[in-house]
Write a protein that binds this ligand. Structure first.
Ligand code: IMP
Ligand code: MG
Length: 181
């Protein structure tokens, strides 16, 4: 079965249980910053599972965030950063005056998150903060420090919990390193 084989090629780094704990903690941190008029903008596709869990954790913290999505692309089907970031689909919401928290799965070169942050600042948001589940420990091409970070991870290619390689592995409930080859 293809699904079983796919899971075997991945070495777990962060279990589903650890992810769930960190997501609750991140929601707590966001709630402590007392956002008014909070809107979560999830960067597709990679952050859809993280964002889905995070907004329900924010609900448990007593918040009622709005959610919107932006579809950005910088990767092809390989594991190397493409450089240029493109908007495949923008947000629907008018972000003027809003408190935005951008949610992404993983911070790598920094280009995607920096691009989204600059874009939303230009649209007149009152504040734009960033939340990443995984901060990959690599030199950034664009300097950016996330406001909320779930985990730091070594400079390897990871998949699962929404993250893919060539559209595979997103369904894994844990985050793991893809075996070579
Ligand atoms: P950056 O623009 O180089 O920071 O890359 C950020 C985007 O690249 C993320 O939103 C991910 O979609 C993707 N990405 C970077 N590293 C990985 C990885 O290890 N696994 C899966 N996707 C990754
Ligand atoms: Mg992504």
């Amino acid at each position: 079965m293809a699904g079983v084989l796919a899971a075997q090629a991945v070495t777990p780094l962060f279990s589903a249980e650890r992810i769930a704990e960190r997501v609750e903690a991140l929601a707590g941190e966001i709630a402590q910053s007392s956002p008014r008029d909070l809107i979560i903008v999830s960067i597709l596709k990679g952050s859809f599972i993280f964002a889905a869990d995070l907004i329900r954790a924010l609900h448990r913290e007593g918040l009622a965030p709005e959610i919107d999505f932006i579809f950005l692309a910088s990767y092809g089907t390989g594991t190397a950063s493409g450089g240029e970031v493109r908007v495949l689909r923008g947000v629907e919401t008018d972000l003027a005056g809003r408190e935005v928290v951008i949610v992404d799965d993983i911070l790598d070169s920094g280009r995607t998150l920096a691009f989204a942050k600059a874009l939303f600042e230009r649209s007149g948001a009152r504040s734009v903060r960033t939340c990443v589940l995984v901060d990959k420990q690599v030199p950034r091409a664009t300097e950016i420090e996330p406001d909320f970070t779930g985990f730091r991870c070594p400079p390897v290619f990871v998949v699962g919990y929404g993250m893919d390689l060539a559209h595979r592995y997103r369904e894994l409930p844990f985050i793991g390193e893809l075996a070579e080859g």
